[in-house]
Design a protein around this ligand. Structure first.
Ligand SMILES: *Cc1c(COP(=O)(O)O)cnc(C)c1O
Length: 349
């Protein structure tokens, strides 16, 4: 008999996309980059002095912060670094969402948001996207305990302009608005500049998608320094050394290679267009994407059946068995060759 059973926490966790072991698999299910990280990363690892691993990592993370400061025109005390943006987001929920009022986010969005709310007992309300899967900004005005929006949104890929973001922030000056910009580098404009204008605004980004570094787990938030300070106090009450030494070195080396970064993002954007056009010829309707994935549906083919067929062809995409989106597939943009194989498989079907 498990006498301890009713004393332990029960929670419905976030379910990440699978990470298959097989070799010949075309993996288009978790929005990783199909390209390797910058060659500068390899060089930085080779030159790294392993002796350093004896010590705890720097928690100032000076080198990495310096490139971010330069890229986004922010100062050192306006940046918070963490072990993947999932951790940064989890810590921001813990830090900023502390009222009895509901935190608002779309009904169709990153499915980690409601998990963190449950974990921290934060009340929340899901606001339906409109019929074309767009965010209706006015729905986020008025009393609430905070707002979190992924922009571009996931899994729709739809981007909302900065003017709308700014209106949402302006109409919520008594709470914190978080914009999760995991996919911002594939066609959107970052809202980072707004952190100097509004002290109730947090923007979160990651190295996992556009930087091709999901494996090192680096993410960051940018906000007014009072908000960053609040996040630091929460982090230091949990785990002071979240960002390991090697990840810092690798992220810094990658951030410095802007040319390679722009080239990879550009390739993905053009492959995205190519894929959407081919899908359209095959009768698919695809939402307008500003991300490194597309969300697509076909009136005459059941999405789950198609998902399973592709799996048999060793092509893994993402299927969500959820209301409103159970006839859609989310497909990560891979290399041009990978997308040609996908289209070929769909043609055969
Ligand atoms: C991938 C993703 C993240 C998390 O990325 P990390 O790998 O933890 O940095 C956060 N938000 C959204 C919307 C994502 O798709």
């Amino acid at each position: 008999m498990e006498l301890w059973r009713d004393k332990i926490r029960k929670i419905e966790p976030y379910v990440p996309g699978e990470q298959p072991e097989g070799k010949d698999i075309i993996k288009l299910n978790t929005n990783e980059s199909p390209y390797p990280p910058s060659p500068m990363v390899k060089k930085a690892i080779e030159e790294y002095n392993c002796e350093n691993l004896r010590l705890y990592p720097s928690f100032v993370c000076k080198g990495l912060k310096a490139v971010l400061m330069d890229t986004y025109n922010v100062s050192q005390d306006e940046i918070f670094l963490g072990n993947g943006s999932d951790e940064v987001l989890a810590l921001s929920f813990m830090t900023f969402f502390n009222s009895d009022r509901a935190v608002l986010f779309p009904d169709i969005t990153y499915s980690f948001y409601d998990v963190w709310c449950s974990l921290y007992s934060i009340p929340y309300r899901r606001i339906p996207l409109d019929n074309s899967f767009r965010i209706v900004k006015e729905d986020y005005f008025g009393e609430n305990g905070g707002v979190v929006i992924a922009n571009p949104n996931a899994p729709t890929g739809i981007y909302m302009g900065l003017e709308s973001i700014e209106e949402i922030i302006e109409n919520n000056r008594d709470c914190i608005v978080i914009i999760d910009e995991a996919y911002i580098d594939f066609g959107g404009r970052s809202a980072a500049e707004l952190i100097h204008k509004y002290d109730n605004f947090v923007v979160v980004q990651t190295y996992s998608k556009s930087r091709a570094l999901a494996g090192i787990r680096v993410g960051y938030a940018m906000a007014d320094k009072k908000l960053i300070e609040a996040m630091e106090t929460v982090k230091n009450s949990f785990n002071s050394y979240t960002l390991n030494s090697l990840s810092q070195i690798i992220a810094e080396a990658s951030a410095k290679d802007r040319e390679y970064f722009n080239k990879c993002c550009g390739n993905i954007i053009s492959t995205r267009k190519w894929t959407v056009d081919r899908l359209s010829e095959l009768g698919f309707d695809t939402l307008p994407s500003s991300a490194n994935f597309i969300f697509t549906t076909n009136k005459s083919i059941d999405a789950k059946t198609l998902f399973e067929y592709l799996r048999e062809q060793n092509i893994i995409v993402r299927y969500f068995n959820k209301p409103r989106i159970d006839q859609y597939l989310r497909i990560t943009i891979g290399t041009r060759e990978q997308m040609e194989k996908l289209i070929e498989a769909l043609r055969r079907y």
